[in-house]
Design a binder for this molecule. Structure first.
Ligand SMILES: Nc1nc2c(c(=O)[nH]1)N[C@H]1C(S)=C(S)[C@@H](COP(=O)(O)OP(=O)(O)OC[C@H]3O[C@@H](n4cnc5c(=O)[nH]c(N)nc54)[C@H](O)[C@@H]3O)O[C@H]1N2
Ligand SMILES: Nc1nc2c(c(=O)[nH]1)N[C@H]1C(S)=C(S)[C@@H](COP(=O)(O)OP(=O)(O)OC[C@H]3O[C@@H](n4cnc5c(=O)[nH]c(N)nc54)[C@H](O)[C@@H]3O)O[C@H]1N2
Ligand code: SF4
Ligand SMILES: [Mo]
Length: 702
């Protein structure tokens, strides 16, 4: 028997966010003694953030479910796995045979779990669903759509080559808190500082003076939802200064290039500048820097994606990087050469093959907007959704819409989650996965968006607790139970490791799973290299510069210029390095510190409403109203209120004892499910119009 008092150190990857930092975990038996950054990890070089330590809290959390539970009249009842699968299979067959439409919602942690992804195909087949609901339509689907149209494949992400750039314009991203997004870039702070140290500059455009803005060379406030004007003004200013120079990209540009410029030239810089509230001189100066010939990057994230013009904005960002010759260039934005190539492995993506029942929205890469799901559930008629499987998602807090009213109407709801959350509290069955340190990890979706080409496999740190199952096993067995109950053929289970090994065997890199396992610090395959035109997946191997719906959206957008923004308070979100969407709130280590769920308000707006820091305020939108403490700060621009998302940990049924001590309010009680990017169906999570009032203390104390 092993010596129980001996400690061992295991190298693995933290899978909590996209950064995928290497960590060293010291364990004694099943006890986690320490978690530190791994200085030898090829990508993260020792960096970690406070969330890494939450891995231990998650692993040991007494609130974490260890066995399947079933909702009964007298509360949650533990049942064994076989009973759970058999009952769910039978019930699912019953609901679907009765004409109920099933649906599948997949949350963000799926993007960090290669193993589950190897099994979801069979589950989709078992459920008979051709479209999916997921966190993608609360997040990055506009990026994927634009990439699919312009470069020929939705997974062709242009990655900011931060380590070799001289100028970085960050619009609506806060990597110092988020650790980077659609961009695997551990240790982003050091890398941004290195840009500055080699004489380069970092500029941030954001309605809040964020953590990233505070280390930047310049920060400009922008009124939420007006970035389209800034992006257009930058393009126009480049053109006027004679700085449009795609260089070696020129022969790769299709006729859309001229069409795009014809449309852009119909705008003038001055009114665009007035619309977004950034000085014309600043815009011309930024354009000059982008077009200087030195390597430069325009990077846009949540602040430009989750707005009504998400797709339009992402298109204009591509045009900026192309116009300055910075696409597919060292120090610009580059396409990766991933060890496991998802571009080669899956189709390019689809658009508008069919429409949603509610809202008549186009299918986008086989997805429908998640913000519509509550209405799909609550609206009677043919095709009404009556059964729902949620895999690691918490849309009741993370998505707009009346989830609390819709979910109880389901005839069958199954949550694969280790917690009783605002969402899973409505399930009939909750199927909990093993602890985070009991599973393996490979950055299948994130390796391809990393700042270097690399691979890295983490074996489980701890053996699986008796009776536990990994997510992939739960999904695989659930799918088979449903197929069996429907009397359909039941395929054999192919374990994720076998799938991974065969994907690696097909890779150009000739690296085996065993070799990766022997190198827990990761294997570096070098910086990105020029990949165009050969990497383009468009039929004519050219960049499709003016996707018709983008060009059309640009023409339609013009009306915004005529009607100047109304004098209306706008609500935006806020991420903090110690939170992760809605679900790390139960970690005692992360929960420490001052209350983070506050309404950040500019002093002028606060004064106009008679509000001081600490006062209770009521924030009301078209769809809802919340009450929380005010935090008066010059870090947020005038006319803007900022509230973080992922709080509201006291929704009915939630069982998270640490999170419950300071539950906060849910930002998505205010965001509007009807507000959507009409092209991609992505939710609008920033720029929600709101009213603000001070709550009289006597009332608050009642
Ligand atoms: N207003 C506003 N809303 C937002 C955002 C915003 O900026 N503003 N951001 C949006 C974004 S970018 C995203 S990605 C979405 C996220 O939306 P979701 O993915 O729906 O929600 P999460 O909050 O990430 O919740 C993840 C759930 O998975 C569970 N979980 C965690 N790890 C595992 C695991 O390994 N296995 C299983 N089975 N379960 C697990 C957690 O307990 C939690 O219940 O939220 C969106 N919501
Ligand atoms: N600590 C932590 N890290 C995370 C997460 C987390 O919840 N917590 N979530 C993870 C996930 S799922 C994602 S998708 C990423 C997101 O990663 P990021 O996009 O970097 O994160 P956000 O903090 O949402 O950054 C969006 C920024 O846009 C600004 N903004 C809001 N409206 C506008 C606008 O109209 N225009 C402009 N220009 N800016 C605007 C906001 O003030 C904010 O600073 O973070 C990931 N990492
Ligand atoms: S930045 Fe933090 S949460 Fe993200 S991978 Fe690194 S340690 Fe984990
Ligand atoms: Mo996200």
């Amino acid at each position: 028997m092993a010596d129980e008092s001996a400690t061992t150190i295991h190298a693995r990857t933290c899978h909590l966010c996209e950064a995928n930092c290497g960590v060293l975990i010291e364990v004694q038996g099943r006890k986690v003694v320490s978690i530190k950054g791994n200085p030898d990890h090829v990508l993260s070089r020792g960096h970690i953030c406070p969330k890494a330590t939450a891995l231990a809290d998650l692993q040991d959390d007494p609130d974490r479910l260890r066995r399947p539970v079933k909702r009964t009249e007298s509360g949650w009842e533990e049942i064994d796995w076989d009973t759970a699968f058999a009952e769910i299979g039978a019930r699912m067959a019953e609901v679907t045979e009765g004409g109920g439409q099933p649906a599948l919602y997949m949350g963000n942690p799926n993007a960090h779990n290669y193993a589950t992804g190897t099994q979801t195909g069979v589950l989709r087949k078992a459920l008979g669903v051709r479209t999916l609901y997921s966190a993608s339509t609360l997040d990055q689907i506009p990026h994927q759509l634009v990439q699919m149209w312009m470069y020929g494949h939705n997974a062709l992400f242009p990655i900011p080559d931060i380590d070799r750039t001289q100028f970085m314009l960050i619009i609506g991203g806060n990597p110092l808190a988020s650790n980077g997004s659609v961009w695997t870039v551990p240790d982003v702070k050091k890398r941004l500082k290195a840009v500055q140290a080699r004489g380069g500059q970092v500029v941030v455009v954001d309605p809040r003076r964020t953590e990233t803005a505070k280390i930047a060379d310049a920060h400009y406030f922008v009124r939420p939802g007006t970035d389209t004007a800034l992006l257009l003004a930058l393009l126009k200013a480049l053109d006027e200064a004679g700085l449009v120079a795609p260089g070696r990209l020129e022969p790769m540009l299709d006729e859309g290039w001229d069409a795009a410029w014809q449309a852009i030239r119909g705008f003038e810089v001055a009114p665009l500048a007035a619309h977004c509230g950034i000085d014309e001189s600043v815009i011309r100066d930024l354009a000059a820097k982008l077009g200087s010939g030195d390597p430069a990057i325009v990077y846009g994230r949540m602040g430009v994606s989750v707005t009504e013009a998400g797709t339009l904005n992402l298109w204009l960002i591509q045009l900026l990087n192309i116009a300055t010759g910075n696409l597919d260039r060292e120090g610009g934005v580059m396409f990766s050469s991933p060890v496991i190539d998802l571009v080669a492995g899956a189709g390019p993506g689809t658009y508008d093959r069919f429409r949603s029942r509610i809202g008549n929205r186009p299918e986008v890469i086989s997805e429908f907007p998640s913000a519509l799901l509550p209405e799909e559930i609550a609206t009677p008629g043919e095709g009404q959704i009556k059964a729902l499987v949620v895999i690691s998602g918490n849309p009741a807090l993370s998505a707009p819409g009346a989830w609390g009213e819709a979910l109880p109407q389901l005839e069958l709801m199954v949550s694969i989650d280790m917690y009783v959350t605002a969402t899973s509290a409505h399930a009939h069955y909750i199927l909990p996965p093993c602890g985070p340190l009991e599973k393996d990890h490979y950055p299948l979706l994130l390796g391809p968006i990393a700042i270097r080409n690399y691979a890295d496999y983490s074996a489980p740190t701890l053996p699986m607790e008796e009776g536990a199952k990994a997510d992939w096993e739960i999904v695989a067995e659930l799918a088979r139970a449903i197929l069996a109950a429907k009397g359909e053929a039941v395929p054999n289970i192919v374990p994720p490791r076998a799938v991974l090994a065969s994907m690696l065997a097909r890779s150009d890199y000739k690296v085996t799973l065993e070799e990766l396992e022997a190198n827990p610090n990761g294997v570096d395959f070098g910086p990105h290299v020029e990949r165009l035109p050969e990497r383009l997946q468009t039929p004519d191997k050219r960049i499709a510069c003016a996707p018709p719906l983008c060009l059309e959206a640009l023409e339609q957008w013009r009306v915004h210029l005529e009607a100047m923004p109304a004098d209306q308070l706008l609500l935006i979100g806020r991420r903090h390095v110690r939170n992760n969407n809605s679900w790390l709130h139960n970690s005692p280590r992360l929960a420490k510190g001052p209350d983070r769920c506050t309404a950040m308000i500019h002093p002028d707006d606060a004064a106009a409403h008679g509000i001081a820091t600490g006062d209770q305020v009521r924030v009301t939108s078209r769809v809802g109203s919340v009450q929380l403490a005010a935090e008066v700060s010059e870090d947020v621009m005038r006319g803007v209120i900022s509230i973080p998302h992922g709080f509201g940990q006291d929704k009915p049924g939630t069982r998270l004892s640490v999170a419950a001590r300071r539950p906060g309010v849910s930002l998505n009680d205010l965001t509007d499910p009807a507000a959507m990017d009409p092209i991609s169906g992505n939710a609008v999570l920033n720029g929600t119009p709101v009213m603000l009032e001070r709550v009289e203390q006597a009332v608050a104390a009642e």
